[in-house]
Ligand binder design. Structure first.
Ligand code: PRT
Ligand code: ZN
Length: 225
C-alpha cells in the first residue's frame, strides 16, 4: 500500500498518453517539477507525487495500492484485469472518469489479398495480438476456435512474416493497417484513456484532495465539448 501521505498518481512515462496526461494535470492546477529521467515528479503546490512508468504497469500499481490513482487506456486496463482475474489476483479498481484523449479501437485485420471475410473465416486461424486476454474472451463469446500469438510490438507485420493469419491490434487512423496491406474488420473494444482509483483507498486527506480535483476535471472536460 502507498503509506505516504502524498497522493500518488501513475501516468505513462514516454508514449502516446504522456503529453495529454501532463497537460491534464496542469489544467487541474497541479504544478509539477518534471525532470526527464526521474521516475517520480513531486508537485510543488499540492501533496501529490506523479509516478512515471510504462502504461502496462499502471493498472497493477493501482490495483495493488502502490499508487492511489492512475491514467491508462481502457485497452490496457481491461487486458490486465482479465489476466489478473484468471490468476486470482486482485483486479478491481474504481473508474473515476473517462478522459478525452487516447481514443482508439482494438480491431481484427487480415491481408487485403484475401478480400472481404466474415467472422467464421477466423475458425482455426492464428491471430497475432498484444491483447491475448481480450481477444480470447471475444473468440469465446463468438464461439470461434482460433489461436492467439502474443507479440508486444510490430503486430501489423505478423501476417507478412508468416507468424499469423490475421491480427488484432489498436487502430486510430487506419494508416498503419493500410501501409501493411491489411483490411480492418470487426472492432472488439473501443478505448479511451481513463482515470482509475485504488478501490480500498480510505485516507481522508487523499479522498478530500480527489474530491477537490474531480469538479475541476469535469470543468476541463466540459470546456472541451
Ligand atoms: O512504453 P509503453 O509500454 O508505456 O508504451 P506502449 O508503446 O505500450 O504504448 P503507446 O505509447 O504506443 O500507447 C499508449 C496508449 O495509447 C495505448 O495503450 C492506447 O490506449 C492509446 N492509443 C491510442 C494507441 C493508439 N491510439 C494507436 N494508434 N496506442 C497505439 N496505437 C498504435 C497501434 O498499436 C498501431 O501500431 O498506432 C498504430 C496504429 O495507428 P494508426 O493511426 O496508423 O491507425
Ligand atoms: Zn505498453
Amino acid at each position: 500500500m502507498n503509506n505516504s501521505n502524498r497522493l500518488r498518481i501513475a501516468i505513462q512515462k514516454g508514449g502516446r498518453l504522456s503529453k495529454d496526461c501532463q497537460d491534464l494535470l496542469k489544467q487541474l492546477g497541479v504544478k509539477l517539477n518534471l525532470r526527464e529521467q526521474r521516475l517520480i515528479a513531486h508537485s510543488t503546490n499540492m501533496p501529490i507525487d506523479v509516478l512515471r512508468v510504462r502504461d502496462d504497469d499502471i493498472p497493477g500499481l493501482v490495483m495493488d495500492g502502490v499508487c492511489d490513482l492512475g491514467i491508462v487506456g481502457e485497452n490496457v486496463l481491461v487486458e490486465v484485469q482479465a489476466e489478473r482475474e484468471r490468476q486470482g489476483v486482485p483486479s478491481e479498481v474504481n473508474k473515476l472518469s473517462k478522459l478525452d484523449f487516447g481514443y482508439c479501437r482494438l480491431a481484427l485485420a487480415w491481408p487485403q489479398e484475401l478480400g472481404a471475410r466474415d467472422k467464421s473465416w477466423f475458425e482455426g486461424k492464428r491471430i497475432a495480438t498484444t491483447y491475448p486476454e481480450i481477444l480470447t474472451q471475444w473468440l469465446k463469446r463468438e464461439g470461434i476456435n482460433a489461436s492467439t500469438v502474443m507479440l508486444t510490438g510490430s503486430v501489423e507485420v505478423a501476417p507478412r512474416a508468416g507468424l499469423s493469419d490475421a491480427i488484432c491490434d489498436l487502430v486510430s487512423t487506419g494508416a498503419t493497417l493500410e501501409a501493411n496491406g491489411l483490411i480492418q474488420g470487426e472492432t472488439i473494444l473501443e478505448s479511451n484513456a481513463c482515470l482509475i482509483q485504488n478501490k480500498d483507498l480510505q485516507d481522508a486527506d487523499k479522498l478530500a484532495l480527489i474530491n477537490k480535483l474531480m469538479p475541476r476535471l469535469r470543468g476541463v472536460r466540459q470546456a472541451k465539448e
